[in-house]
Design a protein around this ligand. Structure first.
Ligand code: SAM
Length: 242
């Protein structure tokens, strides 16, 4: 898979050289390229923004600069992802869909964002899809952190990136639609806190049942919206008794 990130702060994307994403890049699983938007400016000051039409505070990123950059970077069949707090929330389902893409291009906004004609223009271009996405109901200074989130959420789903693919099966926001159960490791006692006895029992059926109960209780307490969205056909008698 190829991912291109375009930003006026390419150094912000340096962590993409680390950890599993860095390894995926080094091994060739992920072809990730970071571009400086200012390389596509034509004036002496390398200007990327201007005042908003209609007035108001802040600056808006110019469509002409973004247009030249994106014309160069977007390949055939690319998916242009534009981070914005007014976008569709990024979810695990969306990350799974995006992991099947050939090329993702992430256009990182700054200031008051990118002139709206950019998303409109490319959504009308044959062979390009455009999605405006949000990483949560809060406002950041720029799209770079959202780009880091998107790259990591997608890259870890590519075959060969996470060492044990089974780790991806029982996670929060997985097929079960639940948050993950609590996890523990050695030592069995720490600062007066004990590991739940059932996890030391070696009794696999009991452990599985305990984990399922914990996942259900935790999801009900923290994310009732996820419980409401569960398919009742996937619940057993024990689940319903909780
Ligand atoms: N004026 C914009 C608004 O109210 O919707 C906020 C612009 S914000 C200061 C600058 C940039 O940060 C945005 O263009 C976007 O790239 C990024 N950004 C901020 N919050 C975000 C979020 N929750 N999700 C994704 N991107 C975000």
């Amino acid at each position: 898979m190829r991912i291109d990130v375009v930003s006026i702060f390419p150094d912000y994307l340096a962590p993409l050289d680390l950890s599993l994403v860095g390894k995926a890049r080094a091994s060739g699983i992920l072809d990730l390229r970071v571009h400086d938007l200012r390389d596509w400016t034509t004036d002496r000051h390398r200007t990327v923004d201007d005042t908003p039409f209609g007035g108001g505070a802040g600056m808006v990123m110019r469509p002409d600069v973004w247009g030249t950059a994106l014309d160069d970077v977007l390949g055939e069949g690319a998916h242009l992802m534009v981070p914005t707090p007014s976008g569709t929330p990024l979810t695990q389902r969306r990350a799974e869909e995006l992991a099947g893409e050939q090329q993702i291009v992430i256009a990182c906004g700054r200031y008051e964002g990118i002139d709206s004609r950019v998303a409109e223009h490319y959504s009308q271009r044959p062979g390009v899809r455009v999605s405006e996405f949000s990483i949560g109901d809060y406002v950041l200074n720029g799209g770079e952190v959202a780009a880091l989130v998107l790259v990591e959420a997608v890259a870890r789903l590519l075959p060969g990136v996470v060492g044990n693919p089974h780790s991806l099966v029982e996670e929060s926001h997985g097929a079960a639609g639940l948050l993950e159960y609590p996890v523990y490791t050695k030592p069995p006692q720490w600062q007066g806190h004990e590991v739940p006895e059932v996890l030391l029992s070696g009794h696999h059926a009991r452990i599985e049942r305990w984990r399922r109960d914990q996942a259900l209780q935790r999801t009900a307490a923290r994310r009732p919206d996820l419980v409401a969205a569960l398919d009742p056909a996937g619940l057993d008698r024990h689940d319903l008794a909780l």
